[in-house]
Design a binder for this molecule. Sequence first.
Ligand SMILES: [Zn+2]
Length: 278
Amino acid sequence: MPNPSKLINIAAEGLIVLGALAAVYDLMRGRIDRARESFGNLLTFAGVRVLGLVFREAGVLSVLYAMQRHAWVRLPAGALTSVACFLLADLIYFSRHWLYHHWRVMWLIHSAHHSSHDFTLTTAIRVNWLGGFIEDFFYILPVLAGFPLGEVYFWRVFVRVHQTWVHTQKIGSLGFLDRIFHTPSIHRVHHASNAPYRYRNYGGVLNIWDRMAGTFQPELADVKPLFGPAEPTRSMNPFKIVFEGWGLFFRDLGRARTPRALLATLFSRPEIRPRITS
Ligand SMILES: [Zn+2]
């Protein structure tokens, strides 16, 4: 298994190249609004990359390395361990993603990814700067459960990279694959806020977790997905994209006059207003 840092670097650089190509392509085709958004998404991801280079190695990865020493068991290397590690990484992705949409504090980290009415390949890199760090901590569990860190990180990056190509409107239904795997059709549903698509399809690679949780919804031929919330973030300023909604949250925290009200705000669900018209 390759070194975790190398894996992250390869994936991140691939995503930057992909984003830049998409932005230039849109510009050449005269699609100014989309090119503008792609540049905004690219600038946002540049922040992810800079923070990752500065803090990841010394911070989160060193915590995961340290956790290896406290593993409860050591699992033997082999195909069975690898398959189990993939399933666990995919389940962690699903669980964390569900939490992003159901807890306001977590939504602050994820809302940037859903704040546009557009849905293109560069939406995949429209992500909050803190997301990668928070996500890494969820992988302490498989490390403690005895999976080798290289293996854990390989599947963590694998699921993340799979989540890139699904941000497209160019690939329609893929037939039976849509029933098993998280495909572009399934992910369009996740990014839609209109009924019956709201709060659906949190999976990474497999749909099995959504099916078990009752949150699976295929794309319907007669219901067009309307992407993003009622009020999108129209700016291409990465600071606005990343911190939209944070001010409102801290204002609500400041208005809480009792410990009970404070806890209620801290553990509230996000209010995501659905789109009704395109
Ligand atoms: Zn989401």
